[in-house]
Ligand binder design. Structure first.
Ligand SMILES: [Zn+2]
Length: 51
């Protein structure tokens, strides 16, 4: 999978980012870049957020 370096440089997820921010980041990441899949733990949280 190709990495969208432009998107990554504009969207850096810090180590101290909240869960809410991580979820938003991964949703946006999935749409803009395919370098890695959404982790299972985040996927579970997305399910909880959107029934
Ligand atoms: Zn990526």
């Amino acid at each position: 999978m190709a990495i969208n370096k432009t998107w990554h440089s504009k969207n850096v997820l810090g180590q101290k980012a909240s869960l809410e921010r991580r979820i938003a980041w991964h949703i946006a990441h999935q749409k803009n870049c395919g370098c890695r899949p959404v982790p299972e733990s985040i996927r579970q949280e997305i399910k909880k957020e959107s029934p």
